[in-house]
Structures are given as C-alpha cells and as structure tokens.
Design a protein around this ligand. Structure first.
Ligand SMILES: Cc1cc2nc3c(=O)[nH]c(=O)nc-3n(C[C@H](O)[C@H](O)[C@H](O)COP(=O)(O)OP(=O)(O)OC[C@H]3O[C@@H](n4cnc5c(N)ncnc54)[C@H](O)[C@@H]3O)c2cc1C
Length: 479
C-alpha cells in the first residue's frame, strides 16, 4: 500500500474570534476572561481553544502534554462518553479481571498516565489543572464551518482546534443470533468489565469466542477464577495475526495446563437462551453445542468515525485520515489513537494501530505539533505486548513483547522454559520483527533498537543459536 503524500496538507490552525487567548500561554487573567465570556454565550463549554472528543487512553496522554506545555489551564475541554476520567484501558482484561480475592485492579488505581510512570490523573487532577471535562455526553454532530460540536444532550460546544480520539468500538454478534442476550459480554470500557465481573462471580461454564488479544486475555482471567472455560475460534491457532503456529502451540499448551479447552477452525452459528432468558449454550456450524452461562465475545473492533465522516476517512485501513503530524484534511482538526489512519513511515504504508503505545505516543506528538513549532514527522515503530496469568499464586506468568513487522520467515529460539524468542527475517536476511517471552528488562529494552535498525544477520548462525541469550547476542552484534 502506498504511503499517502502529506504535501498537500497545510497546517492552518484556526484561531477563533471568540478567544482572547493567543499563544504563547498563560495568564490567569486570560482564563478569567474566557469564563466571563462563557457565562453569556450560547456555548456550553467554558474552555474553547482546544477541545478533545473522547475521554480514553489517548485523551489522557494528550491532556498531560497540554499541562506540560502550560496550555491546559482554562483552555482545554475534554468531551467524554464515559462516566470516569481517562484510564489505561489494557488493564480491563488484565488486573481488572483478577479473582476478587487476588487484589484486582480498580479505579482510581489505573487512570492515565500511570502506565508510563506518570501522574494518576483522576477527575480532581483535571479540575486542579483547569481542564474542563464533560462526562457521559458523547458528541453526535460536527459543524466544520462554525467550528461547533453538538452533544447527545443537546449542548453546543465551540472549538478553536479539535482533537478526535474516539478510539474503537467492539464488534458485536448480531442480535438475531443471540449476540445481545444477558450473559453475553463484550469488553471495551469499565462498565463492560464490571458487568463481566458480576457474571464471573456466579459463572460455572464460560465460553470465549475469539482467539485474539481480548479472547486470550479473558480466557487467562477465567482460568484464574477456576472456571470451566472453552475458547472457540475459526482459525487454526490462537493469535493468528501475530503468532506463528509454533509459538501459538506453546501458549495453547500452557492454557490447556490451566484447564482451558480449545475448539479451533469452527464458526459460531448462534447463542441460545435458557428458560431464564440468559445465554445457556453456543451452537457451532459443525452442529456441536457447548453449554455456557457466560459468553465473552472478542472478535475485533472498528474505529469510531461517526459523526466525523466528512473530515475524510481512509478506505483501506479505516479510520480518519491524518498526515504524519496527525492533521486531518480539515485545518485545525486532528485525530489520534486507534481512530487515526496515519503514515507508518518505517514501512512506507498507511496504518491504523489499535494499541496503547501508539495511543500514548500519537497523543503526545499531536499536541506537541499543535502547541509548538514541531514539524518532525511521527516515526512509529509498531509495538505489541501482553501480560497474563499474573495473579497471585499463578504457576506461570506470561509476558511477551513484539516490535516491528512480522513479515518474512520466523526463526524461533528457546524452549519456553520460560523464554522464547522469534526473529522475522526478510529475503535479504534483514531483521524485520522481534518477539520475546519472559525476557529480562535489559533484553526487552534492546528489542526496539533491533526492530528499528533492521540489521542483516547471519541466518544460519541465528538458526543454530542454542539459547535466547545467544540469539539476541548474534542479532545485537549485527547492528
Ligand atoms: C479490553 C482491552 C484490552 C486491551 N489491551 C491492550 C494491551 O494489552 N496492549 C495494547 O497495546 N493495547 C491494548 N488495548 C488497546 C488499547 O487500549 C487502545 O489502543 C487504546 O485504548 C486506544 O486509545 P484511544 O484513546 O484511541 O481510544 P480509547 O481508549 O478506546 O478511548 C476512546 C474514548 O472515546 C469515547 N468516545 C467514542 N465516541 C465518542 C463520542 N462521539 N463522543 C465522546 N466520546 C466518545 C469512548 O467511549 C472512549 O472513552 C486493549 C483494548 C481493550 C478494549
């Protein structure tokens, strides 16, 4: 896929007639004058210079970057669909689902930006930093001409610059095959996770539909609750988009040792309710029926582009099209995080990345662009990770990281006791992607350098490495 050209996109942030504030910041008097103006205005937001739509992972990191630049106080408004301040969403299928007696994570413990060692930004943090947050009131309309947004409750909000960080929404099974039955769960936000926990408390038989990220993390959690759990997916092995069959096999074995059953290569036909109206079974296309009182569906997500379609979408990867500075085709409007389709410079293609590392970095890069003279293009190295079986008393913790692109041939080294590594080499023997399970902090730390530098390695030597440590040394010495 060709990388889009950003040359036709010109940054012209609109400075709005209503705002008495101009860059650089930041005078207390300036904030006061905005508030006075707001009290007589038809707009429901006091802070109008910068508006972020979406109160998720990226929004939390964007807010922190505004604060770091002294540009949040009295200027920044966040419009959120959720009832709570931004949090580190990955926790929902990890610490949040620990058994109740094993210290599960709960808010305010994982508000952004604790995932990267920053402040725990609870709702008071936003107030203290002069950031206006409108909760539980999603944006339903955008008026580009007048630079206004309308919320579900009918509020009209004004913006000078707008950042869209609406993330993704979970793909659901259709209602007519039982996808909306009580006891059928999807997991995207804290409310979903609470609902799932309330089912797990009384669950006996759990079915997880989907063998990707969400499915495997939820399945590991269900194992911690000692529940009879079956994972069903249409592919030949778990994590098919990233794992090789051989890597997948190692993890599948570990899951099976933890009591998990797998049904592979089959599609779900429908979910049926019992006499109480709750889900009671899952029927498969091959005719088999699995009993279940709790079903968790993890079959993917899609970017939330509504009501922003007019800004310009990317037809190939989905999401809102942006350039390497997160500028959309409309001056003054930016998109970040899961919803942004951006040029992935390192591989010269457009991409949308649904991972927290990109949510954080895109937010920081975008706000820096907006507030400073930054013109450095975003140069992202794809990074995925997972951590499961981490609850107290677990016999084997899992922690893997992957950097780069999983293209070419994978060379796997190590016996999974506890380590395993894989190196994806292209036809020129150049390292394109690296995967490591249970590495030391130093070993994990070198992975981005290896994936970014893409050294040419001695393929035969790497293949004959007798340990993960030796393999990493071989690749490091090729830098
Ligand atoms: C359960 C789960 C586990 C995950 N685990 C991992 C992991 O282990 N590793 C990893 O790298 N990534 C993981 N991810 C992905 C990661 O969480 C996302 O990439 C990240 O949250 C994206 O940040 P975002 O701000 O773009 O979107 P989100 O964090 O999803 O935030 C978007 C916010 O916008 C709100 N919104 C949507 N529409 C509107 C509207 N019209 N008006 C106002 N608000 C709106 C949403 O309600 C939401 O609060 C996980 C995701 C989930 C759901």
């Amino acid at each position: 896929m060709a990388c889009c050209s950003s040359s036709s996109w010109v940054l012209k942030p609109r400075t709005s007639a209503w705002s008495p504030c101009r860059r650089p910041p930041s005078a207390a008097g300036c904030r006061r004058s905005l508030i006075v103006a707001a009290s007589t205005s038809k707009f429901a937001n006091e802070n109008r210079e910068y508006v972020i739509v979406g109160g998720g992972n990226a929004a939390g990191y964007a807010a922190r970057t505004f604060v770091e630049h002294g540009m949040a106080d009295g200027r920044l408004c966040i419009v959120s669909k959720e009832a709570v301040a931004p949090y580190e969403r990955p926790a929902l299928t990890k610490g949040y689902l620990f058994p109740l007696d094993k210290k599960p994570a709960r808010l305010p413990g994982f508000h952004t930006c604790v995932g990267s060692g920053g402040d725990k930004q609870n709702s008071e943090w936003y107030t203290e930093h002069g950031i206006e947050v409108l909760y539980e009131d999603p944006v339903v309309a955008l008026d580009i001409e007048n630079q206004t947004l309308t919320t579900l409750t009918g509020k009209i909000l004004k913006y000078g610059s707008l950042i869209i960080s609406t993330g993704c929404t979970t793909i659901r099974l259709p209602e007519n095959i039982g996808g909306f039955l009580p006891g059928v769960h999807y997991i995207r936000d804290v409310a979903d996770a609470d609902s799932l926990v309330s089912s797990l408390v009384k669950a006996k038989k759990v079915v997880v539909i989907g063998g990707g990220y969400i499915g495997m993390e939820v399945a590991a959690a269900a194992a911690g609750w000692n529940l009879d759990t079956t994972v069903i997916f249409p592919e030949e092995h778990i994590m098919p988009r990233l794992f090789t069959p051989s890597i997948a096999q190692r993890y599948e074995k570990l899951y099976q040792e933890n009591g998990m059953k797998f049904i592979k290569g089959v599609l779900v036909d429908k979910l049926a309710a019992g006499p109480d109206g709750r889900v009671a079974s899952v029927s498969l296309r091959d005719g088999s029926i699995i009993e279940a009182d709790t079903v968790i569906v993890g079959i993917g997500a899609k970017p939330v582009v509504s009501p922003f379609e007019d800004i310009g979408l990317n037809k190939n990867v989905g999401g809102i099209q942006v350039d390497s500075l997160f500028r959309t085709t409309v001056p003054g409007i930016f998109a970040i995080g899961d919803v942004a389709a951006f040029p992935l410079k390192i591989y010269n293609r457009m991409a949308r990345v649904e991972h927290v590392d990109h949510a954080r970095k895109s937010a920081q890069h975008c706000v820096k662009t907006l507030l400073t003279a930054n013109t450095q293009p975003y140069d992202y190295l794809p990074f995925f990770y997972s951590r499961v079986f981490e609850y107290e008393g677990s016999s084997r913790k899992v922690w893997w990281q992957f950097y780069g692109d999983n293209v070419g041939d994978a060379i796997e080294i190590g016996n999974f006791d506890p380590k395993v590594a894989a190196f994806w080499l292209n036809s020129d023997d150049r390292v394109k992607g690296v995967f490591l399970e249970s590495g030391s902090p130093e070993e994990f730390a070198i992975l981005p350098t290896l994936a970014k530098s893409q050294p040419v390695v001695d393929r035969a030597k790497l293949q004959s490495a007798s340990s993960v440590e030796e393999a990493l040394e071989i690749v490091k010495s090729s830098l």
